[in-house]
Write a protein that binds this ligand. Structure first.
Ligand code: R5P
Length: 284
């Protein structure tokens, strides 16, 4: 078995190869002066089971993934699995107006062309998994996040809303701690309050877990409210640390610690989501 790592998924790929006890293929990936991508795989992958890992964000990495799939297929391997740790365009999963592209569906169709299976992690909307033309498995980084939070002595894990409380539950199981979800109440035209549904956070170390942090607005609001209710320390933990604009600086000001996984490589990537894929591949 070989793991082939794309240029934006090196941390994830190295950890996956380590967990699977297999080789990380030697690759040459570079850009021509006009920014087009060049890909070459130096190991011989004939008759091997190959796992390609590449996040499809930003856009240029989509092309790199297609070239990696093409280069791998050229060897006639025994099988190709494609891991897309952060599935870019996953949030555009519906048509809101006539004539709009359903971007997540377009991505699913194309990625499925040159692979036997696909793995994603904490994809935004699991409903769109049915758009893939090959078998697909959506895994979660919440167990890995929970283990990290346990090492950081977290007392309670909360999700920013009721809809995502299953994530908090999964992380809390791994952290052996309690969980809750934040409930938003509109106090007046301008003010909303977010507080745990049933738990007192006074004097506690609280972690807010989410699938993705983009602008940071959701987490910042939640952290401010938890601190106002007496939380001793607030940790923000997410699978996908997109961190648009000045989100990182604002989050660091609002939270005591901000961590994310290696689905997107960031200075905050203190947790690897590769174990979810390694476990699934070993069980297959
Ligand atoms: C919402 O559905 C997601 O789970 C996140 O809560 C959301 O995308 C976070 O966005 P932002 O960081 O911009 O508040």
């Amino acid at each position: 078995m070989f793991v082939v790592g794309g240029s934006v998924s090196q941390l994830f790929s190295k950890e996956l190869a380590r967990l699977l006890d297999c080789k990380l293929a030697k690759t040459e990936i570079r850009r021509f002066p006009d920014t087009e991508c060049y890909v070459r795989i130096e190991d011989n992958l004939k008759d091997q089971d190959v796992v390609i890992v590449q996040t499809t964000f930003p856009d240029s990495n989509i092309i790199e993934l297609f070239l990696l799939q093409d280069a791998v297929a050229e060897f006639k391997p025994a099988s190709i699995a494609t891991v897309v740790p952060y599935f870019g365009y996953g949030r555009q999963d519906k048509k809101f107006k006539d004539g709009e592209a359903v971007s997540a569906r377009a991505m699913a169709n194309h990625i499925g062309q040159m692979t036997d299976s696909v793995f994603t992690i904490d994809i935004h909307n699991t409903a769109m998994l049915s758009e893939f033309v090959v078998p697909v498995l959506n895994l979660s980084a919440m167990e890995a996040i929970g283990k990290f939070l346990k090492e950081n002595s977290v007392d309670v894990i909360v999700s920013p809303d009721k809809g995502s409380k299953d994530r908090a539950s999964m992380a809390a199981k791994a952290a052996s701690c309690a969980y809750d979800y934040l409930e938003k109440t509109r106090l007046d035209g301008q003010t909303v309050e977010m507080k745990p549904k049933s738990m007192d956070v006074g004097g506690k170390v609280v972690a807010i877990v989410d699938d993705i942090i983009a602008t940071g607005g959701t987490i910042i609001k939640a952290s401010e409210q938890l601190k106002a209710q007496g939380a001793k320390r607030v940790i923000a933990a997410c699978t996908h640390g997109l961190f648009t604009g000045d989100a990182t600086a604002k989050l660091q000001a609002a939270c005591d610690l901000v961590v994310s996984t290696d689905t997107l490589e960031r200075p905050t990537s203190k947790i690897s989501a590769a174990s979810a894929v390694a476990d699934a591949l070993k069980a297959a």
